[in-house]
Design a protein around this ligand. Structure first.
Ligand SMILES: [Zn+2]
Length: 301
């Protein structure tokens, strides 16, 4: 089953819903970062949430960054999505391992650790990105995302995220949903939605049963007149390229470049999101430095 993001509305357009199935993208993240199970689950949940939130961005070239900074052993977790929900991410300490809460239940909350903060940066290609930040309430990510919507965007929301890991540490299932109440939703709708979420139960159980993103939405919105709007593929995607890395090195400036040439002779840059390695020879670095000199001269003219 390929990864999908599915969007729907319910309750006469007053509830916005999105769900994701993301086993392949979370497994890709696990392989890139060589995460142990609790780190796989924490990073995976962040990737799933960022993807769902990113897919709602209005600007086609916009991006959304989700950062979870707890005080537990995992350190900072970062996930970035484009407007299509294609995500990438990394975390500080991928090799963290802590005891399970119960058999099969990874203790993400403890590994993330309280106190901490969840920060969302929406870049809509305007002058300033929009940033919102809230204190973590559990470190389990799903609840923290819902709290973010309530506190930072004054939007009642429900969010559930799940990542299941097999005995060989590979991801066996991953997915979740995000429901938000739009302006105009009545108190009655809010109550009905709460009841539905409660009746749906833990999303990890539904994932283990093999439920797809569409089935998750139709089940959690059962009785609320859901209408599926779209279903699109998503993936783990890093837009890094040699050109971008080159630009980043050039942005260090002439003095830094000179130091690099003198001290290392060449440059090796590893992308933190996808582990791709970019190498630049001494000749390339020197020509970059020459290029900067040219530009400076042009600026003066
Ligand atoms: Zn990359």
């Amino acid at each position: 089953m390929s990864d999908k993001i599915v969007r729907a509305i319910a309750c006469e357009g007053t509830v916005k819903a999105v769900a994701i199935s993301g086993k392949t993208l979370v497994e890709r993240a696990r392989r890139i970062h060589r995460t142990l199970p609790v780190a796989t689950a924490a990073l995976g949940r962040c990737l799933l949430a960022a993807s769902m939130m990113g897919s709602e961005l209005k600007h086609p070239r916009g991006s959304l960054t989700l950062r979870v900074q707890g005080s537990g052993p995992l350190g900072i977790i970062t996930a970035v999505s484009d407007a299509k929900g294609r995500v990438r991410g990394y975390l500080q300490n991928p090799a963290v391992d802590i005891p399970r809460k119960s058999p099969g239940k990874l203790d993400v909350g403890t590994a993330v650790g309280l106190p901490g903060r969840l920060t969302v940066v929406r870049d809509l290609c305007m002058k300033e990105p929009y940033t919102g930040s809230v204190a973590l309430i559990s470190g389990e990510i799903g609840e923290d995302i819902a709290a973010y919507f309530v506190q930072s965007e004054q939007t009642p929301a429900a969010c559930a995220l799940g990542v299941l890991v097999g005995t060989d540490q590979a991801v066996t299932a991953a997915g979740g949903y995000l429901l938000t109440l739009l302006p105009g939703a009545t108190e009655e709708t809010a109550v009905r939605l709460e009841d539905s979420v409660r009746a749906f139960g833990p999303v990890s159980k539904k994932l283990a049963e093999g439920m797809s993103a569409e089935e998750i939405l139709l089940t959690v919105l059962n009785g609320l007149d859901p209408e599926i709007l779209s279903s699109d593929p998503v993936s783990y995607h890093c837009p890094c390229s040699r050109v971008r890395v080159r630009r980043a090195i050039e942005s260090l400036g002439r003095a830094e470049l000179s130091d690099m040439i003198r001290e290392q002779g060449e440059a090796e840059v590893t992308c933190q999101f996808c582990d791709r390695v970019y190498r630049f020879t001494r000749e390339e670095l020197e020509s970059m430095r020459e290029g900067l000199k040219e530009e400076r001269r042009k600026d003066r003219e």
